[in-house]
Structures are given as C-alpha cells and as structure tokens.
Design a protein around this ligand. Structure first.
Ligand code: CUA
Length: 480
C-alpha cells in the first residue's frame, strides 16, 4: 500500500474507492443469486453471520484503501499555488459545503424519521395517515433548492470568467520582467506565451516570442501570468498541472488556450499579507515568498485518455526566478557543443572523411546518434547543425532534465539535483526497452523509422547492441 502510495497517492485513492465498489457490487450479486436461485434464503443463521462479516470487511477494506488518499501529494489540487488553482479550489469548497449541508439536512430528517417512527414491540397504534400536497413544504423546498443553486452558480460563473480571460497585469508583460533583449518584435507588451503541443505520448513546449522549443519539462517565471496555446497533432489530450491550473483539453483542429500563473503578483500578495514597512522591504518580502513557496518543480499529467500509453504522458514544470529564466533561454538558444570542446564544423569534417579517428564512448555515441540509430531523424539538438528532427522531443540540454520519457523515468534527487547514476540507467532502459517503458510509442516502431526496426545491409533486423546502447547513453549524458 505504502509503495503504491509513494508512486502516486491519488491513484491509490481512486483504486481504493473502485475496489470497495466492485466488492460490494459483486458480493451483493452473489448473495442475490444464492437467495433466489438456490432457495437457501431460509438458512437465516448463515446470512446473519455473512452480513456481519460482509459489513466488517467492506469497512476495513474501505478504511485501508482510503488511507492511501493524500491531500498533500505533489499532484494534489488541495495544495493550490497560483490564482487559477486557488479559484478552482475555492469553487470546490463552496460546492462541497453546500452539498455537505444538504446531506446533513436530508440525512438527518431521514434518520429522525426512521428512529422515531420505527415499529416498537407491542406497539398497537394505527398507521399514520398519508398526506398529499403541503404547499408550504413544497414551495419552501423549491425555494431552498433554487437558493442553493444560486449560491453555487454565482461563484461558478465568476470563476469561469476569471480562468478564461487573460489577466491584465502590467507586471506580467515581457518587458517588465524578461531580462534578455531577444523578444520578437511587437511582443514586449504581451505576456509570455507557450505553445503546448500534445503528441502520443509526450509534450512539446514552444516559446514563439523567444524562438525556442523544449519538451516535457516546462520552464516558467514565478509570479507572472503565462498564456498557453493548446494544440494537438493527433488525438485529444488534456493539460493538467494540479497545483497551478487544470484542466483544458488539447483538441486537434481547435485553437484552445488557457492562462496559468505560479504564485501571486506583488499586488495580490500585498493584499493577502497586509505588509508593513517600506516599499523596498515589501518587495524583498515578496521576493522571499516567491523563492520559498513558489520556485519549485511541479508535476503534471495528461488528463484525457489518449491511447495505450496515456498514463505515461506526464510532464513537469519548473518555476524559476526571472534571471534564471533568462539564462535558461539563452542556454537553449546556444545549444550543445560537439564533444570535448570541438567545434561542430571540425567534428563533422572528421565524421565525413575519417570517422575512425573519433574514438571513445562519447564520440562513438554521437556517431551512432547521427548514423546507425537514426536519432537525429526525429530529434533536434540546438547547436548541432545536422540534428534537426521535429517528429520527436527536442533534446537540447537533455541531461539537465530531471526525467525522461515524458516524466515516466525519473532521476531527480530529493534536493533537486540530477542523479547521474539513475540518469544513466534510465537512458539505457529507455533506449533498450522503449516498447516496454512506453507501449506503442513511435521511437520503437514508426513504419520502418524506429529503433525497433533497424536493419543491417542484408535487410535483417539488427537491434542496437548492449554496447551501442551504452555509448548512446554516455553521449546523451553529455548534453548538459
Ligand atoms: Cu495525452 Cu492522455
């Protein structure tokens, strides 16, 4: 139980409820069958005992499984860390309290009626008369229901508009916070825009205003609104970053968008915290709030069934400071160097004329990457002039990412560093057993273009050897 819980609390929760439901359903069916088909209903003693065990077992099972429910997990919507997630959580609580009130009122009346008017031993009083049409009660109940619906509807509509309309916040405009000077013309007064593109089963994140692309690990600035254009190249996916915002679908042929924001803007924060002291002191306190509570690594997930590996279509979001964001953009633009400080020009001169001089695991890994393994057909690495594939994730600075295979294989230590050994194992596993890690993915089989379909000169199937997988992994680990 704890092990499953470690992996992901909310699944345990859902599975627990499902298990209880299935158990109750199946056992009731069996009971009915015994009763009516086998006519053993009269064996009263047996059923008396059975019911007791049944109720006890159901309760125990339910308790045990519900203990896996964790409201504080990394994908919990109860840990809202941004205005959109907060608006959604507030709405949840309003609805929850209304229905809890209803449940108590209706359940209470029922309970009182059952207890107070139940048949007692030696009770000879006549059955109460049936009544019809008490206008006061009927109108009162209708009025009450309408009132409750209004109580839910008003904040619901408000939240729908709030989460739909891009916020007008001068402090979120690129010119107000972005430290670089490479913003596309005319975009300085807009908020940061990311094109989120869903693929079976990974995510591309394009930053059109900055001219960069990354995959599966989104980087956004803290305290700023960000616009997400949601597009899909194949089937319907859904963007869900529980602690920050969710969920909006990525639908083929339809231009959906949403806005997200990690942490409050200064104004909103000041409203909540009623800060004291000078303006400089307040700004400092606000910066500390962003750094301590908002800068973090967030877990996301595709939330719409999109094929056999839907459950393995995860993503991450790193929320960082303005300067860190600017440095990241410039690093992505520069891209990765050829191995051992060589220029790409020199490396390719050797590769074309005398590849045998390029020895050692890193060079040989890159030769495989560009050659036999055909990685560059689908993957781009910025800097490398011949790795320009667009069918798969962009691999620039891949070794800096904390996960692989769209968040499915992780190598992030608890204090937020890359676990180098685990990273190596994950690379090997992903390249060697792609099909097992993510069934149905195109890196394995893509109509003759996958690494599960590599053929030799004679046309025989010739998968990568252990040695080759090792070399490619070693090369990929240099993409820092
Ligand atoms: Cu993409 Cu589910």
């Amino acid at each position: 139980m704890l092990l499953i819980h470690e992996r992901n609390g909310r699944y345990t929760c859902q599975r627990g409820l499902l298990a209880v439901f299935v158990y109750v359903f199946v056992s009731t069916r069996v009971l009915n069958y015994l009763k009516f088909r086998l006519h053993i209903f009269h064996v009263k003693q047996f059923f008396h005992g059975y019911f007791r065990i049944h109720i006890l077992f159901t309760s125990l099972l339910g308790l045990l499984l519900l203990s896996g429910c964790n409201l504080n997990s990394r994908m919990s919507t109860f840990k809202a860390r941004g205005p959109v997630a907060e608006a959604q959580l507030d709405l949840f609580y309003i609805t929850l309290w209304v229905v809890v009130g209803l449940f108590i009122a209706v359940g209470g009346v029922l309970l009182i009626a059952v207890i107070k008017f139940r048949e007692k031993k030696g009770d000879t009083s006549p059955l109460p008369s049936h009544g019809h049409g008490n206008p006061l009660v009927e109108i009162g109940l209708i009025g009450g229901s309408v009132l409750l619906l209004v109580v839910i509807a008003v904040p619901t509509l408000r939240a729908i508009w709030f989460t739909h309309d891009l916020p007008i916040q001068p402090e979120s405009e690129l010119k107000a916070w972005y430290p670089g000077d490479d913003v596309a013309e005319g975009e300085e007064s807009n908020i940061l825009t990311v094109n989120v593109i869903g693929y079976q089963w990974w995510w591309a994140f394009e930053y059109p205003q900055l001219g960069i692309t990354t995959a599966n690990e989104l980087i956004i600035p803290a305290g700023k609104a960000v616009k997400l254009n949601l597009r899909s190249v194949d089937v319907i996916h859904s963007f869900w970053l529980p602690q920050i915002a969710g969920k909006v679908d990525l639908i083929p042929g339809r231009a959906n968008y949403m806005w997200i924001q990690a942490g409050d803007t200064f104004e909103k924060w000041a409203e909540k915290n009623v800060p004291e002291g000078s303006e400089a002191g307040q700004k400092l306190a606000y910066e500390n709030y962003l750094e301590d509570e908002i800068h973090d690594y967030y877990y996301g997930q595709c939330a719409e069934f999109c094929g056999e590996s839907h459950a393995r279509m995860l993503f991450r979001a790193s929320v960082v400071g303005d300067d860190e964001f600017g440095a990241w953009v410039s690093d992505i633009k520069t891209g990765n160097q050829a191995p051992e400080g060589m220029s790409w020009k020199d490396w390719y001169a050797n590769y074309d004329k005398s590849p045998e001089v390029l020895t050692g695991d890193v060079h040989e890994g890159l030769k495989l990457f560009m050659g036999r393994a055909k990685c560059a057909t689908c993957h781009a690495v910025n800097g490398n002039p011949r790795a320009l594939g667009v069918a798969g994730p962009n691999l620039t600075h891949l070794a800096r990412r904390y996960s692989l295979a769209a968040g499915w294989l992780n190598h992030r230590t608890e204090d937020g560093a890359v676990d180098i050994e685990q990273q190596y194992k994950n690379f090997v596993k992903w390249i060697d057993k792609t099909e097992e890690v993510k069934p149905g993915n195109l890196m394995w089989k893509a109509n003759g273009g996958g690494i599960g379909e590599l053929i030799d000169a004679e046309g025989e199937l010739s998968l990568l050897t252990e040695e080759e997988v090792h070399k490619i992994s070693i090369y990929l680990q240099t993409l820092k």
